[in-house]
Design a protein around this ligand. Structure first.
Ligand SMILES: Cc1cc2nc3c(=O)[nH]c(=O)nc-3n(C[C@H](O)[C@H](O)[C@H](O)COP(=O)(O)OP(=O)(O)OC[C@H]3O[C@@H](n4cnc5c(N)ncnc54)[C@H](O)[C@@H]3O)c2cc1C
Length: 382
């Protein structure tokens, strides 16, 4: 098989990038490893910067219709006392866009609806590539024995990307030091109407209301990597672990079905120095996976697609265009990855003395500093 643009990976990055190419007049082909495209994960925060990027790609209304506005965000201590409060209404007024939350499945449905079925191949795990002597064609090899010759390759196969590891040897995921559980529950009885995170000595617990009376929650606990104890943790174990946290934590855990619980260690990628390699481009987590502390991983993947689209319509040679993309994306994605890792370390503090100092420092943080951070995050133009 032959194609001009091959996109490896049908996650948020791969699909939004395919849409960007389509919108610019190309016919990319997406190769996805799994047989059925099912979104792994639970809820997702889509901050105002991602909404702006979706707007650029003509996807804003479809996504917003399936999401829910994030009205506010409170960080509390384990006694339930507020550490910081962020009014999302203020963000809307200032940046003209809201922060949203959405179920991953809903976002995938919206994105998939834009991709012609004949250009989406599932069950195609890309295992290697070779480049022709003239540097023009890339022979992609898939696990099922099939191959594809592509002029340009977009690598969007997530944090474990074998193709990135070939391009940037040693770029293996790094463990952040904490492990995470997630689930989506029915919110009709819980009636939690605003997002919160509790930072305490046993770890973090957060909840985010979604559309259709659903609630996404997550919990993070410090641990060694791949800890068998936590791997086997049940909801009852989690309930006991967070027993001393405010009562809504126990209520949320009790309303969860065991088979919906997702567990994984938190990992990211030490920033790499290149995304463009001739006719190959790294996109999304494959290029810049971040810890979820800023809720920006998928947002950055969507920004990638919007920036790529703006370069595609500016025009020029594709290799130049990939380099322009890289120049625009490296500083911002590096900032997000580094800042998010720092926030994770601060938020996961378990030493009571450190917690007291941290909470006091956050409570006294002047609004202008918080505003400056938000400005850096949301004020992006495509
Ligand atoms: C606990 C947690 C909470 C998060 N919360 C948020 C949040 O609130 N907001 C936010 O913006 N981000 C969040 N993120 C980050 C977000 O999930 C990721 O950044 C985003 O999913 C990255 O999308 P991607 O398409 O780059 O990679 P992935 O989602 O990993 O998709 C990669 C795709 O490629 C496929 N694939 C893999 N290998 C191959 C191969 N060899 N060949 C072909 N296909 C392949 C996979 O099957 C998959 O479909 C969170 C992450 C975690 C872990």
């Amino acid at each position: 098989m032959k194609c001009t643009i091959a996109i490896i990976g049908g996650g948020i990055a791969g699909l939004t990038t395919a849409i960007a190419f389509q919108k610019a007049g190309y016919a990319p082909v997406v190769f996805e490893a799994t047989d059925i495209l099912k979104p792994v994960g639970a809820g997702l925060g889509l901050a105002a910067n991602a909404i702006r990027a979706l707007d650029k790609l003509g996807l804003k209304n479809q996504v917003v219709n399936r999401g829910r506005i994030l009205s506010s965000f409170t960080i509390k201590d384990e006694k339930g006392k507020t550490i910081t409060y962020t009014d999302s209404g203020k963000i809307s007024r200032e940046y003209g866009l809201d922060n949203f939350t959405i179920h991953r499945a809903a976002l995938h449905e919206v994105l998939l609806a834009e991709i012609p079925k004949e250009r989406l191949y599932t069950g195609r795990k890309c295992i290697d590539y070779t480049i022709s002597n003239d540097g023009i064609t890339h022979q992609l090899r898939f696990k099922d024995g099939s191959t594809c010759e592509a002029d340009y390759v977009i690598v969007a196969d997530g944090i474990h990307s074998p193709l990135r590891q070939k391009l940037v040897p040693g770029s293996v995921p790094r463990y952040a030091g904490y492990t995470c559980w997630r689930a989506v529950v029915d919110n009709s009885d819980l009636k939690i109407d605003s997002s919160f995170e509790i930072w305490g000595s046993k770890g973090r617990f957060g909840a985010v209301p979604l559309a259709d009376d659903q609630l996404y929650w997550f919990a993070t606990v410090n641990s060694t990597a791949n800890n068998p104890r936590f791997k086997n943790f049940t909801l009852a174990d989690l309930g006991k672990w967070f027993m001393e946290y405010p009562p809504e934590v126990g209520e949320i855990i009790r309303s969860t079905f065991e088979d919906t619980l997702i567990w994984n260690d938190i990992i990211d990628l030490k920033p790499v120095q290149r995304y463009a390699f001739g006719r190959i481009l790294l996109i999304g987590d494959a290029g810049h996976a971040t810890t979820p502390n800023m809720g920006q991983g998928a947002c950055q993947a969507i920004e990638d697609a919007a920036v790529l689209y703006s370069e595609l319509i500016t025009g020029g040679d594709m290799e130049d265009l990939f380099r322009r993309f890289e120049k625009r994306r490296l500083p911002r994605t590096h900032f997000i990855t580094n800042q998010s890792a720092r926030i994770g370390k601060i938020a996961q503090a378990t030493n009571p003395f450190m917690i007291r100092i941290r909470n006091a420092a956050f409570r006294s943080l002047p609004d202008r500093i918080k505003d400056r951070q938000l400005k850096k995050l949301y004020n992006i133009d495509f």
